[in-house]
Design a protein around this ligand. Structure first.
Ligand code: ZN
Ligand code: ZN
Length: 334
């Protein structure tokens, strides 16, 4: 099969042996694989050994099974959960599967376990979820980032009427904002890119361009600051900004990937009683909730998927990752 192999900080298209299904596995022909900040972080910071195949936002069609039982057949259209929750550790037993260290260590496409930037990928059938006929298989790739957003919104404790601020209106920030609004929250966000601000407004969210006054505008609009601020830029300096934006006693949820140290003024956080909640990954409940938002059309995925590229474009897509102004969610179709 053709795969985008990452070695020495560059992707090259190589021919690898086709994967074969072990007991409990399916082989999925990848229809689309999303690219996100996590992949970009691995790429720029060289976090994984040479020879890996990235891609954890996967949707496609089953082409081979070891034994699908009664549930699965070849040709079934699926989204794949990349996290192999162990189901036995303390986190899994407590219902905090998102903290399962085995799952985070062996995550498909974020470890040496090969991912979806390839024609085929091996996935345990227990990690597959069916996609309805009426939706595009490609759009199934968006369920994964939507699950990340869903988990952040749940951790924030968002209810009808909760005022929410979102810093960073990329895919994660937009998904989080839209999910929060579906929960009945009042959402306003900020981003440096005018195209993303425009997109957020088009989708019915309040949005401002980052210009030094945006934090004040959002604090005014929310009558003293949002109860929950979702930080989705991954920029260390945005954490302090989120703390300043939040209202007294508010909560800041971190949901992006962070690779550098942050400077915060802890005294201000203490005096204002703002808490910091890290949200990594998601559990099965979040994934299934996100799946239902996407498959029901309550989350308008078609508007968020702004471009689809071929496997040959992977290197270029990553090189332009931070400057592709007009893109919201970018998919690779291998
Ligand atoms: Zn991702
Ligand atoms: Zn576990």
């Amino acid at each position: 099969m053709r795969a985008a192999v990452l070695s020495g900080g560059r992707f090259s298209i190589e021919t690898l042996p086709d994967p074969t299904p072990g007991r409990g596995d399916a082989i999925v022909r990848v229809s689309a694989c999303g690219i996100c900040g996590t992949d970009y972080g691995i790429f720029t910071n060289r976090l994984l050994p040479d020879g890996v195949v990235l891609g954890h936002e996967i949707a496609g069609e089953i082409v081979a099974l070891h034994d699908g039982g009664r549930e699965w057949r070849e040709g079934d259209r699926v989204a794949a959960i990349p996290l192999p929750w162990c189901g036995r550790c303390e986190s899994c037993s407590r219902g905090q599967e998102n903290l399962c260290q085995a799952a985070l260590t062996y995550m498909v496409g974020c470890s040496t376990s090969p991912g979806g930037l390839a024609e085929f990928v091996r996935i345990p059938t227990s990690s597959l979820r069916r996609l309805p006929e009426r939706m595009s298989v490609r759009h199934g790739a968006v369920v994964e980032p939507a699950a990340v957003a869903m988990a952040a919104v749940r951790l924030g404790g968002i209810h009808p009427g909760t005022r929410v601020g979102v810093i960073g209106l990329g895919p994660l920030g937009l998904f989080a904002g839209l999910t929060a609004r579906l929960e009945g929250a009042l959402v306003s966000g900020v981003d440096e890119r005018p195209t993303r601000v425009a997109c957020a407004r088009e989708l019915g969210l309040g949005a401002f361009e980052a210009d030094g006054l945006a934090t004040e505008r959002i604090r005014e609009l929310t009558l003293g600051g949002p109860e929950v601020v979702i930080e989705a830029t991954g920029k260390p300096e945005a954490i302090e900004m989120a703390g300043q934006m939040a209202r007294l006693g508010g909560r800041v949820v971190l949901v992006a990937s962070y690779h550098a140290a942050a400077k915060i003024r802890p005294g201000h956080w203490l005096q204002r009683g703002v808490s910091l909640l890290p949200s990594i990954a998601y559990g099965p409940g979040d994934y299934d909730a996100a799946l239902s938002l996407v498959t029901s059309g309550r989350l308008d995925v078609a508007r968020l998927v702004t471009s689809v590229h071929s496997l040959d474009d992977v290197q270029t897509v990553f090189e332009r990752f931070t400057t592709q102004n007009d893109d919201i969610k970018l998919l690779i179709s291998p």
